[in-house]
Design a protein around this ligand. Sequence first.
Ligand code: PA5
Length: 515
Amino acid sequence: MSFENYSQSLLRYPELGFSLDLSLMEISASFREEMSTKITKAHTDIKALEAGEIANPDEGRMVGHYWLRNPDLAPNDQLKREITEPLAQLKDFAAKVLTGEIKAPGGSHFQNLLIIGIGGSALGPQLIEEALGAGSSVVTYYFDNTDPAGIDRTLEKIGTDLDKTLALVISKSGGTPETRNGMLEAKAAYESQGLDFAKHTAAITGEGSKLYNFAKEEGFVEIFPMEDWVGGRTSVMSTVGLVPMALQGIDIDELIEGAAAMDELTRQDSNNAAMELALAWYHEGNGRGEKDMVVLPYKDSLMLMSKYLQQLVMESLGKEKDLDGRIVHQGIAVYGNKGSTDQHAYVQQLRDGVHNFFATFIEVRKPRSGESIEVEEGVTSGDFLQGFLRGTRAALYESGRRSITISIPEVTPYTVGQLIALFERAVSFYASLVNINAYHQPGVEAGKKAAGVFLDLLKKVKGALAEEPTDATAIAAQTGGDAEAVYHCLTHLAASGQARQVLGASPSQDQFAKA
Ligand code: PA5
């Protein structure tokens, strides 16, 4: 650790108040030299991507999230309109909701939002709300799972205010089961209070999707388009993120401008923070993800950044095959929460335990908006926060653990836009460095199919239950299912009151009958 090294290696964008400190990553000139062909290719690849090449070959799709913050970059006028028209539509809609021109059917202002979505259709809005929504006049709730108890908990919090709650059903594909279930659960809840669900609901989805057709038939208040050239995990600056943001009164133009500014600077061939990040990831994990990335924002409002980046990085980079079809099992594991809280938890292992990670600190320079009291003579809480960040960074380095430090002046729509754009481009660059498609998610699709197999069996098992108790092996023989899978169906039916279970000495001796 030396000031000279820090001083020489710090990458700064003074116009943004942004800096990236890689001085503790020990990236040598020879590594850069070795990587030079790959670096040149990565720049070429992202240029082609931004120019509208089919950068997601498995799904035959363009990858256009960078156009969302600069529609002039979109390769043709039609695509440009697909950005500008929904933007105008959502601003107009949000303004009408906020001024009360669009009201709930009972005449009240919409005071709550209920966002129904999952993965890329929920994490972006959640990140933004946590980071920037503190002053919002609406309260936002989420159904981001098909957990009935979770749904009930949220409904209990909303209570009798459903009549003032605008539901936003978000699904690009319009066919995601968790979101469909959440929507139907919400519909039932509205109806149980004598309310017309459709008149309290807007959808964000691809034209012609199941959700789109449902929204049309039911007469939803509004439908916002979601284009297939935007991936779920990079959709926060499309209608997916912007509709909630606008309704929460968050400055969407500022967010987009921040992202556009970072995009501009990370298109450069040199002094490119996104390429530097991607190279650091490659260097640390030998281009095979051998080290996990621990994300530690020292600011409560950025707490969801680690969860957001976990999805962005792991769903994009975690791939079995490379672009040439070779088995590579790529990826970088990401986890984290926030500093200094985590110093009282897993940071113990980071400092002293298994050395399988590198840290990414996110420093927010401004401690708070107002005045600070002194918690010790001459020292504020913010001084402590900074002290803990600096202390942990140094302590990790002393025990041979490397780290990156990203600094921003404060948490605003502009800086959050920058951070999102920075990591999106780092992911694009890294994907090119390791030759994978970052824009498909075959594993997620496989998970959806596996749930379908279980549900088909569950229906058969339910049909096979009789008054007379019997065991899983017998029902498996009857239904043609695997005995263990049948057993899990039976215990699930028993737990949800649809079967009776009598415990035997082991699962194979348990008996089940109709409830
Ligand atoms: O990044 C992705 O593509 C996924 O996380 C999706 O966003 C997630 O599966 C939800 O998909 P959809 O928006 O189609 O409901």
